[in-house]
Design a protein around this ligand. Structure first.
Ligand SMILES: NC(=O)c1ccc[n+]([C@@H]2O[C@H](COP(=O)([O-])OP(=O)(O)OC[C@H]3O[C@@H](n4cnc5c(N)ncnc54)[C@H](O)[C@@H]3O)[C@@H](O)[C@H]2O)c1
Ligand SMILES: O=C(O)CC[C@@H](O)C(=O)O
Length: 470
């Protein structure tokens, strides 16, 4: 378990990496009253670069849902933001109400940020998914309205891989059933249909961050590893990539899914795939609930084709913890599933370890703060990745222009024409699909010029959103 000191050290290293120490720079998508007042700049002596600060730090409001780790809360508090923290996710109506005037939202896997919800967000600049998966957010629509989305691409990968490894052994030894029996007073000392995992074949569908970590763990247990992925990926150890899903299914004793939720992965394993598997093999899923057709899996277990399953994710999951939350109203087949032998069910805890949650809290909070304070979108999952080096401490009358716009011809000419009365110190622009993002540091800007620059940029036909940091 990570000690508070280790967590503190981790946090410090992240903070210095993203240069969050000292005075934060603050932003807003639209000019507030404080935009027009000349807020004196605060520059920390310990910093090598100038902190940008157009507004009072208290102007930034952050809504954190789903018990996002306290490391994130501490980072945001340290920035002086207003943090509203909720342990669970919110209903759609509550979310629509809460999202109206916040600048950032932090969620995990339960909160659905749909187009309908995002349409009500009038000041939203950025979304943080404090997890790996981002399928719960309408990424295209978010980009369309100029909202960058960040996640933590691998902070919980190891935790998921370790859980799966534990479950592979637990299924092979029917551990779940033996434990339930003992809890109810039954002594059932059996060896029949209980196996070592040594020498067995693990088939991994999706050889990304989690799949490849799992590959290493499985080989250490003496397993052979096959993997199927839509892209060619270098094998770790002696694992072998197979060219078709059917080959993986027909040769594996255990099949585990580590793919994202996409149209292509919906019901990736259904009746024909279970039929193609070895008799007495096992199925594991800790990716997303849409990836496996659970009613077909139930039939395959009942028919004796599949000897057991470990599931961590479900098509519908409860919004919050509580007794009775996992029932047939949620998914009609639940009571049938729980009545079957050798079925290990966990409440979406693949990434739920102290280490993973604390690292995710720090990573995503740091990225969000950097985007809010400096405009850096590097690491965003739906945005062009743009960043500029910090401003020198002694630079006076400098403004950073953050201009998110439609990716069409003529933008640079128009924007640079607006900026041309000032010296463009540096500029970077990139596009991703229909969205483009231009960042420019301009000098020789008087306080009185700022509103004029804002108004001119705001009037351009290509604009999606603008922020000015100074
Ligand atoms: N249970 C949990 O708590 C938990 C925790 C973390 C992640 N996850 C889920 O696990 C998923 C995988 O995580 P990751 O970090 O390994 O992702 P990743 O992006 O690193 O790897 C996913 C791999 O799947 C491959 N892939 C995509 N579509 C495919 C298809 N149709 N067939 C075969 N391969 C395909 C990709 O090429 C990639 O190599 C995430 O998307 C997330 O939904 C769950
Ligand atoms: O913490 C969560 O809610 C999600 C965990 C996992 O599914 C992920 O996508 O990282």
């Amino acid at each position: 378990m990570a000690s508070p000191q280790q967590i503190n050290n981790l946090q410090n290293s992240f903070q210095s990496a993203v240069n969050l120490g000292g005075s934060p720079g603050i932003v807003s998508t639209s000019p507030t009253q404080s935009f027009m007042s000349s807020v004196p700049r605060r520059v920390s002596a310990s910093r090598q670069t100038k902190a940008l600060k157009p507004f009072s730090t208290g102007d930034i409001k952050i809504l954190l849902l789903e018990n996002v780790n306290q490391t994130a809360v501490e980072i945001f508090n340290g920035q002086g933001y207003q943090v509203e923290f909720h342990k669970s996710s919110l209903s759609e109506d509550e979310l629509i109400e809460k999202i109206r005037d916040v600048h950032a939202v932090g969620i995990r896997s339960k909160t659905r940020l749909t187009e309908k919800v995002l349409k009500h967000a009038k000041n939203l600049v950025v979304v943080g998914c404090f997890c790996i998966g981002t399928n719960q957010v309408d990424l295209d629509y978010a980009a369309k309205i100029g909202v960058a989305v960040f996640n933590s691409p691998f902070s919980n990968s190891r935790s998921v891989a370790e859980l799966i490894m534990a479950e592979v052994i637990s299924l092979a030894r029917q551990l779940g059933d033996r434990s339930i029996e003992m809890h109810t007073g039954t002594w059932n000392k059996v060896a029949s249909k209980c196996w070592e995992v040594r020498g067995k074949t693990l088939g991994i569908i999706g050889y990304g961050h989690i799949g490849s970590q799992l590959s290493v763990l499985a080989e250490a247990f003496g397993m052979q590893v096959l993997y199927y992925d839509i892209v060619t990926i270098m094998a770790l150890g002696t694992a072998k990539q197979v060219s078709t899903l059917d080959k993986l299914l027909s040769e594996s004793d255990f099949v585990t899914c580590h793919v994202p939720a996409t149209e292509d992965t919906k019901n990736l394993l259904s009746a024909p795939q279970f039929a193609a598997m070895k008799d007495g093999s096992y199925v594991l899923n800790a990716s997303r609930g849409t990836v496996i057709d659970i009613p077909s899996l139930i039939q395959a277990i009942k028919a004796g084709k599949i000897a057991g399953t470990a599931l961590d994710v479900y098509p519908h999951e409860p919004a919050k913890n509580g007794a009775g939350a996992f029932n047939d109203e949620l998914n009609s087949w639940i009571s049938e599933l729980v009545s079957l032998p050798n079925v290990i069910l966990t409440p979406h805890i693949g990434g739920s370890t102290e280490e993973a949650q604390s690292a995710i809290g720090i990573e995503v909070a740091a990225n969000l703060s950097k985007y809010i304070n400096e405009g850096a979108s590097v690491g965003s999952v739906n945005f062009p990745e743009v960043s500029l080096r910090g401003l020198d401490l002694d630079q006076e009358n400098v403004v950073r222009v953050l201009y998110i716009h439609h990716n069409v011809p003529g933008v640079l000419k128009t924007v640079n024409n607006i900026l041309s009365n000032h010296n463009i110190e540096k500029q970077f622009s990139d596009s991703s699909g229909d969205i483009a993002y231009l960042m420019a540091d301009i000098s020789s800007v008087n306080q009185s010029d700022i509103k004029d620059i804002y108004d001119q940029l705001n009037a351009t036909e290509y604009k999606i959103s603008i922020r000015l940091l100074y």
